[in-house]
Structures are given as C-alpha cells and as structure tokens.
Ligand binder design. Structure first.
Ligand SMILES: C[S@@+](CC[C@H](N)C(=O)[O-])C[C@H]1O[C@@H](n2cnc3c(N)ncnc32)[C@H](O)[C@@H]1O
Length: 369
C-alpha cells in the first residue's frame, strides 16, 4: 500500500520527461561547481594569487604562498578548487601547480580589460545582501548603497576595464570632433560618477577642459577626490549630489553617464535635466547595459542570468530603496531610447564596442533626427 504522498509522486513522475528532468539536475549540479569557482576566482583575484602564479611556471603550494605573501594551507585548498575546476594544471608526481598562459590572460591584473577575475567579484558583492533581500522580497522596498560590501570598489575596477581602457582609442573617437573640443576646452559633467575613474582620466588628458563628477554616495567620491589630489588635477570637481533633488544647472558641452541612469531615483527626471543643461551643440554620452527591454528577446543573451541576478540583487533594489521606479539592469535599449526621446533628445546614435559585450553606448543630442 502506498501513502498519499508516494502515489502523488508516482503519478507526477509518469507525466514527466525524465531525461529532461535528469539533464536539468545535472545542469544544476554543474551550476554549483561553476558558482563555487566564481567565488574562489574573486577571492584569488583579491589576494593576488592569479598575479603570483601567472608566468611562474610549475610551483609548489608553499612557493606560491611565499611569493603571494599568504598562508600556505589556504593557498593549497584554493589550488585544489582551481585544479578540479580545470583552471590550474597539477603535476601529482612533483605536487606542483601551473596556471596556463591561455588562462592567465583572462585572470591577472595585467590582463585588463579582459580580467574576468575582477568581474567575478560582483557575485560575492551581491551575496552580501542576501538576507536583506529576503526582507525586500517579502515586504517590498529596497536597499541603500551602504548595505553592499565593496560595491563601489568593485565598480571602480570594472570601470577601469570597460571604460577607462577604451576612452582614448574608442570612446572619445566615437563622437565626431569630441577629441578636438576637449583639447580646446569644454565643460563636462559625469552623472553617477562613482569613484570617478573616467573623469580622472579625461581631466588628466585634457587640461583645458573642466570636469564635474556628481554622485549620491560619499564613499566613492572620497576615493575620487583623493586620486584627483594625488594626480594634482585642478580642472576637476567631485560633488555629492542626489540628482533627483538637485538637477544639473550649468550649461555643459558634454554630459556622460556610465552605467548610472537605470539605478537612479528619478531616471526620467535626470534625462530631462541633462537635456536642459546641455549647451548648444551639447552632447549626452550614455553607456548602459546592452540587452532588450523584453525578456523573451534576452533568452540567448550571453550574460542573461548574470545581468538579471545583478539587477535583482542590486540595480533594482538600489533604485527602489531610493523610492525610484526600479528599472533594473535590464531596462533595455528599447526603453532607454524611448526615455531619451521623451526627455527631448531627437538625435540618438547607438554604438557597441568590440571589447565590451556587456554595454552599449548612446550618443544623444537635441539636434534634429
Ligand atoms: C553602477 S554605479 C556606476 C558608477 C560609475 N559611473 C562607474 O562607471 O564606475 C551607479 C552610480 O549611480 C549613483 N547614483 C544612484 N542614484 C543616484 C542619485 N539619486 N543621485 C546621484 N547619483 C546616484 C550611485 O551612487 C553609483 O555610484
């Protein structure tokens, strides 16, 4: 005689495509391994293990620990993760380890802008707020930036890879005549500047131009100001500002927003304020996440689960936490374009960069279509 639960399960199983079900279980198991690898990749990046092992040939764990200035027992256990995940080669006879050059070129600080180990840090960053998110799921609302351990630090590293590394070769040349205008001297504002990496780099390169960086959060601005001081930059100001309350006033020749609009308390209001603050012939350069506003169009997006996860755990939450609409990381190019037009931008060009599968660039102005 079967119990009620057993017969329910049996009836249910009869209706299942068992091989599909088993394939799914296998996939989930491999997801556990991959997510463990991502966490350990982030840790390896932070403690400098990839930099220490890259190019060093075959090394014993104690030699690697010594070179990296770390505790051998932890290093050996981390190496076991990397070996079983196929990242690091292992020679059992000599008990030595080697990072193949083919892997090192995506894992070390020298490999910027292709350092995937730096990108891996987003997963532990969003994991720090899991318990807070349980509350958000139950009660609504969102989280403040301060709840996320190391968010601004990781964002600054990401910005160095995706934006700063391409500024002079690709991003500035993307806008016809911009390099010359920056050389001659224009006024530039960066909204949601975070740690200000892009503005710091531009201000150093174009001393005749003046730069402003605005952000809601004090912590990244402190880092930005310290770097500006260390570089001796006099043409750059970082100012704490909630852009939903204090809009842009000056006429600017160029306004930039690097991955910052969808997180805002009032994204539509910010876009209007940018349009109003542009000087004649002024331009708005907006970098944001590449993807569609429609879920079904993102089914084969190479970073779909990652971007929706960052959205769930961060971008949506920080906007809702400010009382914003929670557009989310994947607000998408269709909605972004619609909102730019609604804000009064009539000329909008879109551009993707070869080194950056995650982002898309909009160059918008009030000029005619
Ligand atoms: C994803 S980060 C991007 C930071 C920076 N642009 C970069 O690329 O490194 C978004 C930034 O928008 C800022 N932000 C969010 N809401 C804001 C608001 N209401 N006013 C001003 N800045 C805001 C955050 O503090 C954060 O630094």
């Amino acid at each position: 005689m079967t119990t009620a639960t057993e017969s329910m399960v049996e009836t249910h199983l009869e209706d299942l495509d068992v091989s599909r079900s088993e394939r799914f279980a296998e996939r989930m198991l491999s997801a556990f391994n991959e997510s463990a690898l991502v966490l350990m990749t982030s840790l390896g990046h932070r403690v400098g293990l990839f930099d220490a092992i890259a190019g060093a040939g075959w090394l014993a764990s104690h030699a690697l620990a010594r070179d990296a200035g770390l505790d051998e027992r932890y290093v050996r256990e981390w190496l076991a993760v990397m070996v079983t995940a196929g990242v690091v080669d292992y020679d059992p006879a000599s008990q030595t380890y080697r990072l193949p050059a083919e892997h090192a070129r995506f894992l070390t600080r020298d490999s910027v802008p292709n350092n995937l180990a730096a990108t891996a840090q987003y997963i532990p960053v969003i994991a720090t707020v899991e318990s807070d998110l349980v509350g958000c799921f139950r009660n609504g609302g969102g989280l403040s930036y301060e709840r996320y351990e190391r968010f601004h630090e990781v964002m600054a590293e990401d910005s160095a890879q995706t934006v700063v590394s391409a500024l002079f070769d690709v991003i500035v040349p993307m806008v016809p005549g911009l390099h010359q205008r920056l050389e001659n001297g224009i006024r530039v504002a960066d909204v949601g500047c975070g740690s200000g990496r892009a503005m710091l780099t531009l201000a150093a390169e174009y001393p005749n131009s003046r730069f402003w960086g605005f952000d809601l959060c004090a912590e990244p601005l402190e880092r930005a100001r310290a770097e500006a001081q260390a570089l001796g930059l006099k043409n750059l100001i970082f100012e704490r500002r909630d852009l939903a309350e204090q809009t842009l006033a000056e006429p600017y020749d160029l306004v930039t927003a690097f991955d910052a609009v969808h997180d805002q308390r009032d994204p539509a209001g910010l876009l209007r304020s940018i349009r109003c603050a542009l000087a004649r012939d002024g331009l708005f350069l907006m970098q944001d996440i590449a993807g569609s506003s429609e879920l079904h169009r993102n089914l084969s997006h190479p970073l779909g689960p990652l971007l929706y996860a960052v959205s769930t755990a961060h971008c949506t939450s920080v906007s809702l936490g400010q009382g914003g609409p929670g557009l989310g990381t994947m607000w998408g190019e269709e909605l972004a374009e619609r909102m730019l037009r609604d804000a009064g931008f009539r000329s909008i060009d879109k551009c993707r960069l070869a080194h950056d599968i995650m982002n898309v660039y909009f160059v918008a102005s009030v000029g005619s279509d």
